[in-house]
Design a protein around this ligand. Structure first.
Ligand SMILES: [Zn+2]
Ligand SMILES: [Zn+2]
Length: 262
């Protein structure tokens, strides 16, 4: 079954298109299951307002829109309601509340080692080895909560590193993340937005070849995620096939879909 669980909407402030356009693109591309997983809105302290995610006020509209699409496209494509989220221990209750309120799944995108109002973007922090290890520690802590169904772009720590900068700290981070994901039976995502960026000549550090080569010894299950911020990415079936060929070519086991509650 062809499924993608990593889809954004315009609410995150760096995506385009109507919600329904993503569904139409997914249908055209032959997906049988589409999960919306826009960037988690957090109830930040101190009046902090993020510019890279939806605000709390947009959450009811997001939920209502996905519910509407689930009804409108019933029988043609299965639509899931999720969020891509970091794990910030101070806001753990917020995650539990939203899950109880109907968010079916979380994918882990640990863009900040701890909450955004007092931490730098992890890609910048990971330009140092100390930052890489802090990313790995926060990612492992998140995996062990059991709140997430897969790890989005686990190789995010390579965001501002070239392949040649895969240091011993990067190996250690890879060890930590792959072991924790294996123990939790949680797939690692091969990120197709990153793949497309690389194919178009503006590589964003992931998917990182040295990461995936080094990680092979752990034999984690891998899942493709489009990370669509534009419906066109879902419609691009050749990108999907390229990703699939790269993952299986390295000898990884690819899982096609996640089992989750209705
Ligand atoms: Zn995004
Ligand atoms: Zn994403």
């Amino acid at each position: 079954m062809k499924a993608n669980y990593h889809t954004h909407t315009v609410r995150c402030q760096h995506a385009m298109g109507r919600d329904e356009d993503y569904v139409r693109a997914a249908l055209e591309a032959g997906f049988e299951e589409l999960g919306f997983s826009d960037h988690m809105p957090w109830p930040f302290g101190g009046g902090f307002v993020s510019s890279i995610r939806m605000g709390m006020a947009d959450l009811p509209g997001y939920i209502a829109s996905v519910h509407r699409l689930q009804g409108a496209y019933a029988g043609r494509i299965r639509i899931r309601l999720g969020l891509e989220s970091e794990y910030f221990p101070r806001y753990r209750d917020h995650m539990l509340r939203l899950r109880d309120g109907g968010i079916s799944y979380y994918i882990l995108g640990q863009h900040y080692a701890d909450s955004e109002e007092d931490n730098p973007y992890v890609g910048i922090e990971c330009m140092t080895d100390e930052g890489v290890l802090r990313y790995a520690e926060s990612t492992v802590r998140a995996i062990r909560t059991g709140l997430f169904c897969y790890v989005a772009h686990p190789d995010l720590f390579m965001r501002h590193r070239d392949d040649g900068e895969f240091s011993p700290a990067c190996e250690q981070a890879t060890d930590m993340i792959c072991q924790a994901a294996r123990e939790a039976d949680m797939p690692l995502e091969y990120n197709l937005l990153g793949l497309q960026s690389g194919l178009r000549g503006h590589f964003r550090g992931y998917p990182s070849k040295p990461f995936w080569q080094y990680a092979k010894k752990y034999d984690n299950t891998v899942i493709l995620g489009t990370d669509a911020h534009d419906p066109a990415l879902l419609a691009d079936t050749s990108l999907w096939e390229t990703g699939r060929a790269e993952v299986t070519g390295m000898g990884y086991r690819l899982t096609e879909n996640l089992k989750m509650e209705e």
